[in-house]
Design a protein around this ligand. Sequence first.
Ligand SMILES: [Zn+2]
Length: 375
Amino acid sequence: MNRAAIRCSVALLLTVAHAPIAAARPPIVDVHVHTSPEQYAFTDALLTANGVSRFVNLSGGAPGDGLEEALDAAKDYDGRVIVCANPEWEKLTSGGFGESQARMLEQAAAMGARCLKISKSLGLGVPTPEDETKLLTVDDPRLDPMWAAAGRLGLPVFIHTGDPAAFFEPMSPANERWDELSVHPAWSFAEPQYPRLEALMAARDRVVERHRGTTFIGVHFGCWPENLDYIDKALSVHPNLFVDIAARVPEIGRHSAEKLRAVFLRHQDRILFGTDLGVGRSLMLGSTGRTKPTIADAFLFFADHFRFLETNDRGIPHPTPIQGRWTVDAIGLPEDVLEKVYAGNALKLLWHEDGPQGKDRNAVMHGTSVVDFFP
Ligand SMILES: [Zn+2]
């Protein structure tokens, strides 16, 4: 059956049965979602129908700039939805930025925020306060009070540094990520005004090293999924570093399955399931391209993740076709490791819980049907 046919059958399945995929596996936590209060209900329905009982909204905003609403709306979900605060880069011009962001975090934590999310704009877009033609480096010491406050307040820091290695290569049809770059030319960092990926990673790791009391989650498989040896070593050297797999199955799936599996086994307590699902005016399934994804695409997106982690299939489609025209090899994780990656690690780190609860199973089995959103 080709993928178009699979899409049709998934859509059909959706209209006749609710949550058919969910029942087969333990509840899952998606630590990497971008959504808004208006979209929580639909996001939750879509996730629970795919067996995901909890999620982290990385796009919470700052106090006075969306965070109140993001936290308030999350209260309807029985503690299954948690929210990260985001820094106020626009306040960078004022002196004492790190201190002001430490205070922002104190306020955010008191309001109920559970994490901090740093976007790739740190290192690739945020200018220095004194010269707007220069980029603030990820390890600028003026940010130290913010990193320290996150540690003191027990807020793990999701940090996105750099971008796919191919985005730092010349933009042309020969670039392996041309399908995205041709739609989003602004995603290219090939020009010399941008630091190289190696320099960005080194700066990120100096921050992780300097703030051992702060937990960092390097999103997108530590932000350098192409360099498995580097991430393996970074995880070995920095006990306060975690990674999520969001939007990078296409990359990590290109490594030898045996080698990648060994990395998962070695660092099984610090790898988190995440997808980079975005729910806004349209869906984002790890990335965005020329065409809008459908709900059936979203089911396929999750199914491709599950197949990658659970089976030993070779040469299979990856979850985000726009991220490259290649196939991946699945890594067949053992059950106990799968449970940690799917939920256990995230529940411990972000919810301070031992494992899935009754509410997880209830959400997955009895969540609102996505079909209800399309009268
Ligand atoms: Zn993201």
